[in-house]
Design a protein around this ligand. Structure first.
Ligand code: NI
Length: 210
């Protein structure tokens, strides 16, 4: 059902994102514990309601309706709904609290897929879909700055790194995910250093040619 629903969505939130989140979540559960059935179901369903409102997708049942219709026990269904509420919270400055280990694992899995090489690819896919620029020349490409400094959004995808993606590693719950997040974070920093170097170089060349 989820695969069918996500067939027509663009790369930042497609079926393969769902599949990766499921796989990462199960890997984390292997190391950290938690109820795997609950984790897997919640991972598969976690983006469903965000997308049911999109015009290119047909109306879908709510997660609650679907779980009920499939005969999932009420206790498990309630837990899954709580986990999805917690993972999809979009508070900027406020940390999302997880009420269970399963919820922490799902949140970590979704966040891991937002950083590293895949996170970069997804960010530009999403920015492209929204029609956002890759980079704006007036932006200040400082890597280590406070969130507040960069809160004013002028819409480029590079800006999104400062607003969100570079903060993710500090908001990971489990030790296993922290370890994975560290490498992915470092790769994003390398990417940003390189792109700024290239952009500045080009600017210098243009300047010299004037
Ligand atoms: Ni997601």
């Amino acid at each position: 059902m989820v695969r069918n629903r996500f067939m027509a969505t663009e790369g930042s939130h497609d079926w393969y994102h769902i599949e990766r989140v499921r796989n990462i979540a199960l890997l984390l559960a292997e190391k950290e514990g938690g109820n795997k059935e609950v984790i897997e179901l919640a991972a598969l369903l976690h983006d469903l309601e965000d997308y049911k409102l999109k015009d290119h997708l047909a109306a879908v049942p709510t997660i609650h309706q679907w779980l009920k219709q499939e005969g999932v026990e009420k206790e498990i269904a309630d837990k899954i709904i709580t986990m999805i509420d917690e993972v999809s919270f979009k508070g900027s400055g406020v940390e999302t609290r997880c009420s269970s280990l399963e919820s922490m694992i799902l949140q970590d899995a979704d966040r891991l897929d937002a950083i590293g090489a895949i996170g970069i690819a997804r960010a530009f896919a999403y920015g492209g879909k929204k029609g956002n620029p890759i980079f704006l020349p007036d932006e200040k490409p400082t890597l280590h700055t406070s969130f507040e400094d960069y809160k004013q959004n002028n819409g480029s995808t590079i800006q999104h790194f400062h607003e969100k993606l570079l903060h993710i590693k500090d908001r990971i719950n489990t030790q296993t995910a922290k370890h994975l997040a560290k490498e992915r974070h470092q790769f994003m920093e390398t990417f940003l250093q390189q792109i700024f170097q290239e952009l500045n170089l080009k600017k210098m060349e243009l300047h010299d040619g004037e």
